[in-house]
Design a protein. Structure first.
Length: 453
């Protein structure tokens, strides 16, 4: 009962006891009751007032924890959300790490899939301000990060670092996918020199495998206090499934991860990422498992023209190296309907899927989009008395064709008009054998004989 309600109840109750005459000019006319009733009424009013005061005093200070009901204290935030009592009674050993990989909604979701992770909390760290909020964390020098609690008996700190690298673009130091700014820069925070060495070791192993076109540019910095984000940010993927999936698909994150790692993104491969189940008798005999680059087109080195003329036929050389155009309707793939992918004739980079191919009526193979955006690049072409957009292979710097805006509207409105001479077709049945198993999920449509898409 609130204080206002209590006064209202007590006041009207006393009026009912002593009597009210509505004809009185002041609105009330009191008639005296017995002294006992009057004293009792005053006593009950005092009891009610005292009761309401006690209720007000016992209310928690909601504003103090309004940022996030799950929020630990600042001291706990800087180390671990769990208390020492919880750690003592828990049967699971716990450790923690603070990692950043752009949008914390996505990073939280990715780490929840890693075996050995006990809890993931989205938040802010790395800055100078205290109690940052979503509105001001960037101004305070913070980055979006996640606080990962994990079981070191199942996964190591090195394993967390490897998992982070595999699920982000670690070469981007200016943001993360469509989120731009230093607040989204991928960052690994270390608590001691051992963690620092482990983070640098994992980065070096993956760098040497040349999985990415550029060097890994993840910041490795000393750990600072962690501030949990507002409650609506926690488990965002579960609370706002449709919005989250739309945001994630539009960001290009999954496509980037798939193009570089495929199914290996969800496998820990670097030595030391998983704890040894049994102590090795001889340290020298331990398996030092390294990352192997299964995408040779990522490190393709283009030979000189003399060698290229030996590898390519005259039409292929003219198209890819001299920006030529093959004859319409008289080329290998203009009307090909088989399921599979089209790769760079030189580097082997996967460029287009049969799922995205359609009959444009132009006499050249046409697609609504590339298979992997990162493997193509665009240049302005002012030849033939007009301005067009040239499409080139990023891995071999070969001319592929042009992109126009007269494609199927329902499928994005783009027409990637390619030269068959710049491509090599790999049927779906041969993709795994030739090292393209990771791209099988992108080839689902198998057209019937004579069917057009």
């Amino acid at each position: 009962m609130t204080l206002r309600t209590s006064f209202y109840f007590a006041f009207n109750w006393m009026l009912a006891i002593v009597g009210v005459n509505k004809t009185c000019p002041t609105g009330y006319r009191f008639t005296w009751a017995t002294p006992t009733i009057t004293i009792y009424s005053v006593f009950m009013l005092a009891v009610l007032v005292n009761s309401c005061g006690a209720q007000q005093a016992s209310k928690p200070d909601v504003a103090q924890n309004a940022v996030n009901p799950r929020q630990p204290t600042a001291a706990q935030s800087a180390t671990s959300p769990s208390t020492s009592e919880e750690s003592a009674t828990s049967t699971v050993e716990r450790a923690s790490a603070i990692l950043g990989g752009g949008c914390f909604w996505c990073v939280e979701t990715d780490f929840e899939k890693l075996p050995g992770v006990l809890d993931v909390i989205s938040g802010y760290s790395g800055g100078r301000s205290k109690q940052p909020t979503y509105e001001d964390y960037a101004a305070g020098g913070h980055r979006e990060v996640v606080f990962v609690m994990y079981d070191p008996e199942v996964v190591t700190y090195a394993g967390l670092v490897e998992w982070l690298i595999k699920h982000i673009d670690p070469t981007d130091r200016s943001g993360s996918f469509k989120d731009r700014g230093s607040q989204y820069r991928p960052t690994i925070y270390y608590e001691n020199e051992t963690e620092k060495r482990e983070a640098e070791r994992v980065i070096d192993v993956i760098d040497k495998a040349k999985i990415y076109r550029g060097r890994i540019n993840i910041a490795v910095e000393p750990r600072k206090p962690f501030w949990p984000a507002e409650d609506y940010h926690q488990d965002y993927h579960a609370k706002n499934g449709i919005k989250y999936q739309f945001f994630r698909s539009q960001s290009g994150r999954d496509e980037f991860v798939m193009s570089h790692w495929g199914n290996r993104a969800n496998v820990l491969e670097v030595a030391g990422s998983i704890p040894d189940r049994e102590p090795a008798k001889n340290n020298a005999s331990k398996s030092d498992k390294q990352i192997v680059n299964t995408k040779p087109w990522e490190s393709y080195q283009k030979p000189k023209n003399l060698e290229l003329r030996k590898q390519l036929n005259p039409v292929q050389f003219n198209v890819t190296q001299q920006e030529g155009t093959e004859p319409a309707f008289r080329n290998a793939y203009w009307d090909k309907k088989d399921a599979g992918i089209y790769v760079d004739v030189l580097s082997g980079a996967p460029l287009f899927s049969s799922d995205d191919k359609y009959d444009s009526g132009t006499g050249w193979p046409s697609f609504v989009k590339p298979l992997v955006d990162e493997y193509v690049e665009y240049h302005e072409d002012r030849g033939l008395f007009t301005t067009r957009v040239e499409v080139r292979s990023r891995t071999s710097n070969s001319h592929l064709g042009h992109v126009f805006t007269d494609g199927p509207v329902a499928r994005g409105g783009k027409r990637f008009c390619m030269n068959s001479a710049a491509l090599r077709f790999i049927p779906k049945s041969k993709m795994e054998e030739e090292g393209y198993a990771d791209f099988l999920p992108f080839v689902k449509f198998v057209p019937a004989k004579g069917q057009k898409k």
